[in-house]
Design a protein around this ligand. Structure first.
Ligand code: PEP
Length: 252
């Protein structure tokens, strides 16, 4: 199965509106000639509408860093999937470890968010990954197993046709530590067979599994060259368009 790689930038809580617009414009120019790689950036909610105008009709697609699972109502401070789609968003990052850690997200709420995204046609990027202590205690696979099966509970292969998984070992996020090639290969292989066991071989074949955790221009080629790695979710290095383009061009 030929899976188009996705290089996705998570801008987290960085960049004011004008800064986000400036970075998006830079990136659009830099990626004008990119082929065969899908590119996504996820600015803050506040910058989404402005960035949406910049990337419309270009090689860069738009993502959100989160959403709320209800359609509308008295949910102060929240944003629905429908509102994001209306603003031009295509992808939604769901269950990022920072949201699990600092905002109390659970596999149950994450599953509701995945369903809400799918319902309006947003492509969900489900983030999963083990902590350092879970890895040390050899719980990596059981942690991932639970995050995938509970995060996608009640959904079938057809509904999940646009799903993207992002394996992000927590100990590698923002730390400068990258998982080794062998570790990444082993986990991605495991996740692909998990998708086959839980859903179908078709879904397992077509689902892109991204790696995330201190991806930078210097290590992108080695990481992206691993079998079963179909792109990257990039935090810090996506904030600088010149760094991000060198990750996007990992193959050249
Ligand atoms: C992330 O935020 O998903 C991430 C992987 O961050 P960083 O690239 O900075 O480690």
């Amino acid at each position: 199965m030929n899976r188009t790689p996705l290089i996705a930038g998570n801008w987290k809580m960085y960049k004011t509106g004008p800064e986000a617009v400036e970075s998006a414009k830079e990136l659009v120019l830099l990626c004008a000639d990119i082929q065969d790689v899908e590119i996504m950036i996820a600015p803050t909610f506040l910058a989404i509408s402005q960035v949406s105008k910049v990337v419309k009709g270009t090689r860069v697609t738009l993502g959100a860093q989160n959403l709320y699972f209800e359609k509308e109502g008295a949910f102060t401070g929240e944003i629905s999937a429908e509102m994001l789609r209306d603003a031009g968003v295509e992808y939604a990052i769901i269950g990022h470890s920072e949201r699990r850690q600092f905002f109390g997200e659970t596999d149950t709420s994450i599953c509701r968010k995945i369903k809400a995204a799918i319902e309006v046609g947003l492509k969900p990027i489900l983030c999963i990954g083990e902590s350092e202590s879970q890895r040390d205690e050899e719980k990596t696979f059981s942690v991932l197993d639970k995050q995938v099966s509970d995060g996608l509970k009640g959904l079938g292969s057809d509904e999940l046709s646009q799903l993207v998984l992002a394996y992000e070992p927590i100990w590698a996020i923002g730390t400068g530590k990258t998982a080794g090639v062998g570790q990444v290969r082993q986990v991605h292989q495991y996740l692909r067979s998990l998708l086959e066991n839980l859903f179908s071989s078709n879904l397992s074949d077509q689902t892109r599994i991204l790696y995330g955790g201190s991806v930078k221009p210097e290590n992108a080629k080695a990481l992206m060259g691993i079998e079963d790695v179909d792109g990257a979710l990039v935090g810090g290095a996506s904030l600088d368009a010149n760094k991000f383009i060198n990750i996007i061009k990992y193959n050249s």
